[in-house]
Design a protein around this ligand. Structure first.
Ligand SMILES: [Fe+2]
Length: 291
């Protein structure tokens, strides 16, 4: 960490937001994430996140400590119960991939950790090394995805609930004592949870489509075929380009997404090194259905 800059008094400059896609995404300028921001600036960022759903900060050559301080403007940081994290800083996840070490499960539409009773509020990614081409992240506005459904389908899914699980992560549990130990830990601490299929965003109060193929198992009270057919229709909403923002990374780009209102998909189309740091912001309440 650059001690001199981080020890400076809190900075009260307000961020500026420039929309980058029709339904979500804004590039943020006017602030230096190496410097602590004052409460007014932090509140402007929290409001901006709820409004724009994804915030992009270019040319921010920040440290791990700066990234963690930035994440904490939005809430407490959490530790991922399955994915590998840094030995000394459990809140820090490091993605370091290339052709010989491809990422697992990231090329799949999802919001993060919806297997939790209280899924994360948001996720902060910081690009360190990027391949010259490829390795983009696609984001989908699940508020726009909900709005795009027909009135009949909106009416039908109102009040439905879906069961979520660590699901695909189970494929990574090895068939040995270590793997079985991990599975026992997950089953005891992260039993299946139920979330509303349509949730209300706690800040924007917008309706959000809240099922994803990464963690959702089935819809409660429906026959398996009915459930899978309906889920397929709902999953498809995230795949519609009009609801998306495609983010092209460069080193020193920082992105935070609102995990309550978006899904994302990291393309697996690169061969050269792609290295990012992630911290995750805890959610504050269980997802709830609109009144
Ligand atoms: Fe993710």
């Amino acid at each position: 960490m650059d001690q001199h800059i981080a020890d400076d008094p809190e900075v009260g400059v307000l961020p500026k937001f420039k929309r980058v896609a029709v339904h979500l995404g804004a590039e943020v300028s006017g602030i230096d994430l190496r410097r602590p921001l004052d409460e007014r600036a932090r509140q402007a960022l929290r409001d901006g996140l709820a409004e724009h759903e994804v915030l992009v900060f270019r040319d921010q050559d920040i440290s791990v400590e700066d990234q963690m301080r930035f994440g904490r403007y939005f809430g407490d940081l959490s530790v991922h119960p399955i994915a590998r994290h840094d030995e000394n800083i459990p809140e820090l996840q490091i993605f370091d991939n290339d052709e010989n070490n491809p990422p697992t499960f990231t090329d799949n539409w999802h919001s993060d950790e919806t297997f939790r009773e209280i899924p994360p509020l948001g996720t902060v990614l910081r690009a360190r090394v990027m391949p010259p081409i490829g390795g983009n992240t696609l984001f989908a506005s699940m508020t726009a995805a909900y709005d795009g459904l027909s009135d009949r389908l909106k009416h039908y899914i109102s009040g439905l609930e879906a069961v979520h699980d660590v699901k695909l992560f189970r494929l990574g549990f090895t068939d040995d004592e270590k793997g079985r130990e991990k599975e026992r830990f997950i089953n005891e601490n992260f039993p299946r949870v139920t979330h509303p299929v349509v949730r209300e965003h706690p800040v924007s109060k917008k309706k959000v489509l809240f099922v994803n193929p990464h963690f959702t198992l089935h819809i409660k009270g429906m026959d398996e075929l009915e459930s899978q057919c309906l889920l397929r229709v709902l999953y498809h909403q995230a795949e519609i380009p009009e609801y998306q923002y495609r983010h092209v990374w460069a080193p020193h780009t920082v992105v935070i997404w609102d995990n309550r209102s978006t899904q994302h998909y990291a393309t697996r189309d690169y061969t050269e090194r792609r290295h990012l740091h992630r911290v995750t912001v805890k959610g504050t309440e269980r997802p709830y259905a609109p009144a």
